[in-house]
Design a protein around this ligand. Structure first.
Ligand SMILES: *Cc1c(COP(=O)(O)O)cnc(C)c1O
Length: 355
């Protein structure tokens, strides 16, 4: 039976990525060697890494003065690397979920942290809008898409201070005005590659402004200077990332991808709003086009386990919601085809008919 992969991360990758990655496991770039066993300093892999960095710049229209690096440690290491490199005295953070609050916790190790607003009291079901960011903040940090709670900031905010964003679960889902940011980072395992690599886009002149010594591996400047080859980078995930980036370019770039994502998410939210059994958990205006969270309507609460079993029998994988929200979460990243969303909607309609 056809499986539809709604896992939140690691998550669905395009057929293009998986086919090319599988072929390179057998024979990488005609070398007669597997991508799993080649030197990261081989000319073939250096070319892969450089092409991937260049494609990130092309797709996101990254202005000059920025560098793209591939790092280890996941997005979670960026929670520490960002303040290590950028927080001199004070930084402002928006608390919109579990990942945002993890980032806040790390930043507090490095200086004063002003949490400008939080939706924690409402179990993070919306993105706070009325808040003031102190103009003397070194930067303003936020999570563009809250993977667990299914909320998303749909625009780059207009601020007097420089922006830093965790875009782990919506990078490449839509165009972004990179020029407003000092750092954008994203773990690869949602919209780019298998787990193991993290992408960072860093404005070079934001660096060198803190007095503390920075350990070599945690210093963005190290990785920029060595073009992501200071130490052994995650070779296979970077190869897979390149395939995904090439596929994004073939699809027509981020504006085309955003249109597809908006359409897919619309199909699913329309069904959640229409179907008597279900309701969405995120505030309507903040609904994510990547992670769609929903629960059983109050009168049908006892059907939750039944729907889970019914959906898995129909080939839906990974729709159980995160334990902090409950219910269901369908992650519909870039690689999820419209037909996968339609299959989930058909399953919801069928389940409704039976109840
Ligand atoms: C998944 C995720 C993380 C954590 O990523 P790791 O690579 O596991 O450290 C951080 N932020 C967001 C928004 C995420 O979706």
């Amino acid at each position: 039976m056809k499986k539809h992969n709604f896992y939140a991360g690691p998550s669905i990758l395009s057929e293009y990525t998986i086919k090319n990655a599988a072929a390179a496991v057998e024979n990488f770039a005609g070398t007669g060697l597997s991508i799993l066993e080649v030197s990261h300093r081989s000319k073939e892999f250096v070319a892969v890494c450089n092409e991937a960095r260049a494609l990130v710049k092309e797709l996101l229209d990254v202005p000059t003065g920025y560098e793209v690096v591939f790092l280890g440690g996941g997005a979670s290491l960026q929670f520490c690397m960002v303040p290590y490199n950028l927080l001199n005295k004070k930084a402002s953070y928006l608390d919109t979920g579990t990942w945002a609050s993890n980032a806040i916790k790390e930043a507090k190790l490095f200086g004063e942290v002003d949490v400008v607003a939080s939706s924690k009291e409402s179990n993070y079901c919306f993105i706070p809008k009325d808040f003031v960011v102190a103009e003397d903040s070194d930067y303003f940090h936020f999570t563009t898409n809250n993977t667990i709670f299914g909320t998303q900031m749909h625009k780059d905010p207009d601020m007097k201070v420089r922006l830093v964003a965790d875009m782990s679960s919506d990078i490449f889902s839509r165009p972004v005005d990179v020029s407003k940011y000092d750092v954008i980072y994203a773990g690869a395992q949602k919209n780019l590659a298998p787990a193991g690599v993290t992408l960072a886009i860093v404005r070079e002149d934001a660096l060198g402004k803190v007095e503390r010594p920075i350990p070599t591996m945690l210093n963005y400047a190290t990785h920029i200077k060595k073009e992501s080859m200071f130490n052994t980078p995650p070779v296979f995930p970077i190869y897979a990332a390149l395939q995904t980036l090439q596929w994004y370019k073939e699809l027509g770039g981020l504006e085309a991808i955003e249109r597809m994502n908006v359409e897919k998410a619309g199909i699913l939210y329309d069904e959640i709003d229409r179907n008597k059994l279900f309701k969405g958990t995120a505030a309507t205006e903040d609904r994510s086009i990547m992670n769609v969270c929903f629960v059983m309507n109050d009168e049908y609460k006892e059907l939750e386990a039944d729907f889970n079993a019914f959906a898995s029998a129909a080939g839906m994988v990974g729709i159980k919601g995160h334990r902090s929200v409950g219910g269901f979460r369908a992650s519909i990243y870039n690689a999820m085809p419209k037909s996968g969303v339609e299959a989930l909607v058909a399953t919801m309609k069928e389940f409704e008919k039976q109840h």
